[in-house]
Design a protein around this ligand. Structure first.
Ligand code: FES
Ligand code: FE2
Length: 354
């Protein structure tokens, strides 16, 4: 892409961080929720602006190129047959390393032309974790983040439906880490219009990430789901944010007597203009039966709709890494920390693997 200043997504040096920044190639990204895939696939994927297909062969996720070498049919229109991916057009079968092992029209004894084999896409690693398929394009600098509550029986799971926003992953993480926007963006749900001032707080930096604790006033759930009403009840809640490179966000909310809630926000940088969000809630009040997963799903979908409506209006789908481009205040420590983290990620581009 040409790096002209008037283009909304122009990139020069490391000043802007968008969804196709080469530094992202050195990190794990979710590319699909297994619940969204029909069986073992195949399933089309776009990541960092590159297209490929994934399918599960013999229990292992494998990446394939997008098209069949015969008549260039999309391999995402095929199916998994035995331990092969079969093209849906004329039935050519490919094994897990892309070798064409069978051309039905020629019979089982025929030899296969050398050009019938697939060239596997350039992907370093593919794995499944938390009901998501993850891909690292190059040797990953960090592991997939840990979620201690995932295997904890004290927490119940609610999976928010997968959605794709017209925003960059950095902008979405920026929003989910932001502590000053609740009484404005979320006035219709959690936002308390009388809780405008952000109390002093600190950010703790660690290798490839940071965390922060923030206390604020939020509407109680019954009022938060009732829209913008004149009368409502609020309570104080403690939010512990954590961000792991490149832009995986974890939000732990202590609701006091109502227990603890963990929200995970995993982003798939699809291309410069789009990000797919995989979000799920792990809640104690689901495990103990006080709330149903559907209650969390409906509530988070509404809060997310408020964020999305605003974010999609940002013209430039990138986060500036030059501190002089935006104006920062003491209320913005988490989002300033994100910009520093993205700057570190940006420096990974072109760094040789040790
Ligand atoms: S196009 Fe794939 S088998 Fe013919
Ligand atoms: Fe928000």
């Amino acid at each position: 892409m040409a790096a002209t200043e008037d283009h909304p997504n122009s990139r020069s040096a490391i000043r802007w961080f968008d969804n196709e920044h080469p530094g992202l190639r050195r990190f794990w990204h979710p590319v699909a929720a297994t619940g969204d895939i029909d069986g073992d696939g195949p399933h089309p994927v776009r990541l960092l602006g590159e297209d490929f297909v994934i399918a599960r062969l013999m229990g292992e996720w494998t990446a394939f190129p997008t098209t069949c070498p015969h008549r260039l049919a999309p391999l995402s229109a095929g199916s998994v047959v035995g331990d092969t991916l079969q093209c849906g057009y004329h039935g050519w079968c490919f094994d897990s390393v892309g070798t064409c092992v069978h051309i039905p029209a020629l019979g089982y004894e025929a030899s296969v032309p050398p050009t019938a084999h697939l060239k596997p896409p350039k992907i370093n690693a593919i794995a499944e974790k938390y009901g998501l398929v993850w891909v690292a394009m190059e040797d990953p600098a960090t592991p997939i983040p840990e979620i201690p509550e995932w295997d904890d029986d004290g927490f119940g799971l609610a999976v928010i439906p997968t959605q794709t926003w017209q925003a960059s992953a950095g902008q979405m993480a920026d929003n989910f880490l932001d502590v000053a926007h609740f009484p404005f963006t979320h006035l219709g749900t959690i936002g308390d219009p009388d809780d405008l001032e952000v109390a002093e707080y600190n950010v703790e930096k660690f290798r490839w990430g940071f965390s922060s604790v923030h206390r604020h006033s939020s509407k109680v759930l019954a009022d938060a789901t009732g829209g913008e009403t004149e009368s409502f009840t609020t309570f104080d809640r403690t939010m512990t944010f954590r961000c792991d490179a490149p832009h995986h966000v974890r939000l732990h909310i202590d609701y006091g007597d109502d227990g603890n809630l963990v929200l995970m926000f995993f982003h798939q940088p699809v291309d410069v203009g789009h990000t797919t969000l995989y979000c799920f809630a792990l809640a104690e009040n689901i495990a103990d039966g006080r709330m149903q997963p559907e209650d969390h799903i409906a509530f988070q979908a509404e809060v997310g709709r408020e964020d999305r409506e605003l974010l999609e209006q940002l013209v430039r789908k990138a986060v500036p890494l030059d501190p002089g481009v935006e104006t920062h205040t003491r209320a913005d420590k988490t989002t300033v920390a994100l910009r520093r983290l993205l700057s570190e990620v940006a420096t990974m581009a072109g760094v040789p693997v040790e």
